[in-house]
Design a protein around this ligand. Structure first.
Ligand SMILES: [Fe+2]
Ligand SMILES: [Fe+2]
Length: 331
């Protein structure tokens, strides 16, 4: 974890987090669902105790056979990203200025959030296994590597940078799972479409939660939140799986190919990145925050102008047209 580049007045984050944690406890039920009401992977997967089990698997494999190659690649990248949940949970528990006990709002949130997220990798992993299109050993090697490699996302242990990053990422995963759902449906894989659809809905709820934490922090510490937001956007938000690799290949290389495939399919593009920034700017109404100091004003200016600047640059991004052959996928 790197040092924070800003001069944060000592103790101020701690005061804000002391104010935020009861808010998190109160708001949790708004953004999380009771376990008993939740969908589980078993709701969507063939049940091995049923007489129709093998028939259901044949149907699943027939539809999976029709999925475009790039879409399978993106689905695998998305799944490995979900499977690296231990990285995210351990990172969240390292956040500074929160209570480090199980009764605190932050720890309760982290555990409940992790429990919801854990279903995503669980469901997709089982689907990929049953689909017959995936070399599971290669997939598992990449997963083990990614968890072992961790990530370097530039937040340090700062709670503001952390909530800004998670707000951004939850929206990004919502977009990506939602688009994969749409494409799976088009290709005739209704089951996969349903799975990705319910996962996308979870991501949307989680995004709202993290966005509400930042909205709340803005109320009491607007300058510092804007400086943290500016800093994250200057560094650029990197994806949590940016170290993704295949067996025998350099760290991060599979991520580059996965990201190319996502852009070719328009599952997640540079324009989506800009749209997320616009969503955050609008949701946090940063144009309406008053009484900022000079640094805060400058940060706001930067953030307000950034979408247009990035839009001009986005035209120049060239995505390779040729599909990369992943070790993960048969055929
Ligand atoms: Fe997820
Ligand atoms: Fe998520």
């Amino acid at each position: 974890m790197q040092d924070l580049p800003l001069n944060i007045p000592e103790g101020s984050r701690k005061e804000v987090m002391t104010y935020l944690e009861p808010f998190m406890l109160n708001e949790m039920n708004e953004y999380l669902k009771p376990v008993e009401e939740m969908w589980q992977p078993a709701d969507f997967l063939p049940d091995a105790s049923r007489d129709t089990f093998f028939e259901e698997i044949r149907d699943l494999q027939d539809s999976a056979q029709e999925l475009p190659y790039d879409l399978v690649a993106v689905l695998i990248g998305d799944t490995i990203t979900e499977e690296a949940l231990p990285t995210y949970e351990s990172w969240l528990t390292m956040v500074d200025d929160v209570q480090k006990n199980e009764q605190g709002g932050w720890m309760k949130w982290v555990r409940a959030w992790t429990a919801e997220e854990n279903r995503h990798g669980d469901l997709l992993n089982k689907y990929l296994y049953l689909s017959g299109r995936v070399d599971m050993k290669q997939f598992e090697i990449s997963t083990q590597y990614l968890i072992k490699d961790g990530f370097d996302i530039g937040t340090g242990a700062d709670p503001y940078r952390n909530f800004i990053y998670t707000s951004f990422q939850e929206i990004a995963t919502n977009i990506s799972h939602r688009r994969v759902a749409g494409m799976a449906k088009k290709s005739g894989d209704k089951l996969l479409a349903k799975m990705c659809g319910v996962i996308a809905a979870d991501e949307a709820r989680h995004a709202k939660a993290y966005m509400s934490f930042i909205a709340q922090a803005i109320k009491v510490d607007a300058n510092e939140v804007l400086l943290a937001f500016e800093d994250m956007m200057r560094k650029k938000i990197v994806m949590p799986a940016h170290f993704l690799r295949e067996s025998g290949e350099p760290q991060g290389e599979a991520f580059a190919h996965f990201s190319d495939a996502a852009q070719r399919l328009e599952v997640y593009t540079a324009l989506d990145y800009i749209d997320i920034l616009k969503t955050l700017n609008a949701d946090w109404a940063i144009d309406k925050i008053s009484a900022l100091n000079e640094k805060g004003e400058k940060a706001r200016d930067y953030l307000m102008k950034l979408p247009d600047r990035l839009t001009r640059l986005a035209d120049r991004i060239k995505v390779p047209e040729i599909q990369y052959k992943f070790k993960w996928i048969y055929g």
